[in-house]
Design a protein around this ligand. Structure first.
Ligand SMILES: [Zn+2]
Length: 717
């Protein structure tokens, strides 16, 4: 008799396997299976299968089960459980092996993973090691949230969480990153504890830095140690502030005025100036932080830097004191910021470094930038092809510390333990609403599709958000459990504070929700009302639900999330489930305008991300990526900056595709098809997939298709 196994392969039947399996079931019930029983099983089995030539594994199991059931039901049960467990393990292993085989064949990691992120450049066993557990991580995360919900809200059915996730109206970000299932999302840390204690309190070896050399070396350790404990970005807004402090200690307060002074040691053969030495430090730090981090599935640490204009500097650090009692100095910091930016821009023609993602914060009031020198420099840097974000506000109230996220901060909040606590901000957990699906579900209540959102929508979304707040609060409590168990040393050491971070409501599918109602996503009154209504409704509900829950502070905000992989997932899920989706795109982009709309000018893009559409409603921010096909002049950028400030567009960048010749390595800040240096047509292009600049070839297939539909404007207007 031949046995057909589950994988379809055949093998010769062996009665021994059957009697051994039955004996194990008897053992599991602490009964010794007698020779007599074994004999009977053998006889019955042979009788029943007489004349049979081929039999399946499952048929064999059924016969054994029947036999045991007649003789000893308890043993039969044990047999069934064992059989079940065995099948589960087999299926689990098969699933993993299938994944490994898929991963081997795929073009890049983004296409193989269930949660893609083009921040992973390569494809190797180290990355596979992290990717293979992602699905299990998601299940563990969901199990933990549901358990917590049950504990916190006995009258609330925790199954709602699974139901809401399964119905695709909400999405919990980065459930897959941590095997421990629960981890904070992203943060902007104060580096002050680093100056007083080094990284000893977060598990490192080094004590506080004493000079510029040790500061730079240990800063890299700090980044790797902290980002290993976050699913998303880690911003160190103060990096250059502290760099400047140590540079002044090294060469005096006027070091920047003597940057070209020769500091070659009498015994050194290598000529050296202060500036050169500074650039060596930059090089060491920046190349190190762009190195894949093993603790993050070989993603690079997602690092953000902030630059400040003078009013921002005064607002953030006016009351700041270094541990030795001295204060930061604007003149040298301002020089250092500019020097770093110019160095970084230049370095990116040698190597396309992704990190840090940079944001320049400026104050614009009564029709002018208060710090004209900084504003002029920003325009000049853009014209040199530098790719960074600008944040404009009329007060020093917020910090854009992530590549997209705007967070309210309390400025000048200094103390001698934590330094500038105002810098501490970020998002602990992000749950994103699929607005297109939610609006379509709501519209089903009407005979014909409504033309605008109304009060019934407020009621509709309130119910959903009511549940989402519970999920966030449960997650917050799980984070506090981690904190109380000493598993979040970055927090315990004072770099960041759980109470200061936000629980974020993300938004995706905004354009499609509007289009479904028949509203065009360009500068028009209907769309304006639509955006204000949605953002306003969510902000209102957030505000009402802020407060203390289970002894911990809960502050909610709303953000147009970048949705690197979610944008494509939502589109596909909606299409599969019969919802209306547009045919002119393959994803739900994260802007107020449609990035594939040829009719929208650069100026309109700024207007659509300005006060009339976003206002103060989107308090978690949104980033406008102004795609352009070549760089503008300093004067043109200067006009655009003023225009952006006037229309209240707070956070944006100009984005031009960069190209790199694969043969000679030549890099240009503008796209080319044929290398102008060597004539090769083997070219790699770089673009912002969302917030950060990476090689397009590393993107998921869906994102690469979308990139081709992006409109890169050729003129300012
Ligand atoms: Zn070339």
């Amino acid at each position: 008799m031949q046995v057909i196994k589950r994988d379809g392969k055949q093998e010769k039947f062996s009665i021994r396997k059957i009697t051994t399996a039955a004996a194990k079931a008897y053992q599991a019930c602490n009964i010794t299976s007698t020779r007599e029983i074994q004999k009977r099983l053998k006889a019955e089995f042979m009788e029943l299968t007489e004349g049979v030539e081929v039999i399946s594994v499952d048929e064999i199991h059924d016969l054994v089960e029947n036999f045991l059931m007649k003789n000893n039901p308890d043993v039969a049960k044990a047999y069934i459980i064992h059989r079940d467990d065995h099948t589960k393990i087999k299926e689990f292993v098969k699933g993993k092996i299938d994944f490994i085989n898929r991963y081997k064949k795929t073009k890049n990691t983004a296409d193989a993973t269930i949660d893609d992120n083009s921040n992973v450049g390569g494809k190797n066993i180290g990355i596979l090691n992290a990717e293979i557990h992602k699905e299990d991580n998601i299940n563990v995360s969901r199990g933990m949230v549901m358990q917590k919900l049950k504990e916190l809200y006995p009258d609330f059915d925790p199954k709602h969480y699974m139901a809401d996730l399964d119905s695709k109206i909400i999405y919990k970000h980065d459930e897959s990153s941590f095997s421990g299932a629960i981890a904070p999302y992203c943060c902007s840390i104060t580096m002050y504890p680093f100056l007083t204690d080094g990284i000893k309190k977060i598990g490192g070896l080094s004590a506080k830095p004493k000079n510029l050399d040790s500061f730079c070396g240990m800063y890299v350790n700090l980044i790797f140690a902290t980002s290993a404990q976050f699913a998303g970005a880690v911003a160190t807004s103060e990096f250059l502030l502290y760099f400047d402090y140590f540079a002044r200690k090294e060469w005096g307060n006027d070091y920047y005025e003597k940057a070209d002074v020769d500091i070659t040691n009498g015994h050194s053969m290598r000529p050296m100036t202060i500036k050169k030495k500074i650039h060596q430090h930059f090089q060491q730090v920046i190349y190190s932080i762009n190195q894949p981090a093993a603790a993050r599935g070989l993603q690079s640490a997602f690092v953000n830097f902030s630059y400040f204009d003078k009013p921002f500097f005064e607002g953030m650090f006016g009351d700041f004191y270094f541990p030795d009692g001295t204060q930061p100095v604007w003149e040298s910091l301002s020089w250092l910021q500019k020097d770093f930016m110019m160095w970084f821009n230049e370095e990116r023609t040698k190597c396309m470094l992704t990190f840090p993602v940079e944001s320049f914060a400026m104050v614009y009031k009564d029709g002018e930038f208060l710090d004209k020198d900084s504003a002029e420099f920003v325009a000049e840097e853009y014209s040199r092809g530098h790719s960074f974000f600008t944040y404009i506000s009329d007060t020093v109230d917020s910090l854009s510390s992530c590549c997209r996220l705007k967070n309210k901060v309390q400025t000048k909040e200094f103390n001698f333990t934590n330094g500038n606590m105002g810098i501490q901000t970020g998002s602990k957990s992000v749950i994103t609403l699929n607005l297109s699906r939610i609006v379509q579900d709501w519209a089903r209540n009407f005979g014909e599709t409504p033309k605008q959102l109304d009060e019934t929508f407020v009621e509709y979304i309130s119910e959903i958000l009511g549940r989402v707040y519970k999920y966030h609060i449960a997650y917050n409590e799980l984070l506090w459990d981690m904190y109380d168990s000493n598993l979040l040393p970055v927090y315990k050491a004072g770099f960041i504070n759980l109470d200061k971070q936000y629980l974020t409501i993300g938004i995706n599918g905004l354009n499609q929700a509007a289009e479904f109602l028949g509203i065009e996503c360009n500068n028009n009154e209907n769309y304006k009302q639509f955006c204000q209504f949605i953002f306003g409704t969510i902000k209102d509900l957030n505000t009402k639900n802020n407060g203390k829950y289970f002894g911990h502070t809960v502050t909610l905000n709303t953000e147009c999330v970048p949705a690197e992989s979610l944008a494509i997932k939502n589109y596909n899920w909606d299409k599969e489930d019969g919802y209306w989706v547009p045919e002119d795109t393959n994803l739900y982009a994260s802007y107020i305008f449609k990035p594939n709309d040829k009719t929208i000018s650069v100026l309109e893009k700024l207007v659509l991300h300005g006060k009339d559409y976003i206002g103060d409603y989107l308090d978690g921010g949104s980033a406008s990526h102004i795609n352009i096909d070549h760089h503008f002049s300093k004067e043109q950028y200067d006009k655009l900056l003023h225009f952006a400030a006037e229309v209240g567009c707070q956070y944006f960048t100009f984005n031009c595709v960069n190209s790199e010749c694969e043969d000679c390595g030549y890099i240009s800040k503008e796209p080319f098809d044929v290398c102008p240096k060597c004539g090769s047509s083997k070219v790699s292009n770089y673009d912002r997939i969302i917030g950060y600049l990476t090689k397009i070839k590393n993107w998921s297939a869906g994102r690469q298709i979308e990139q081709k539909t992006r409109v890169y404007s050729g003129s300012v207007e």
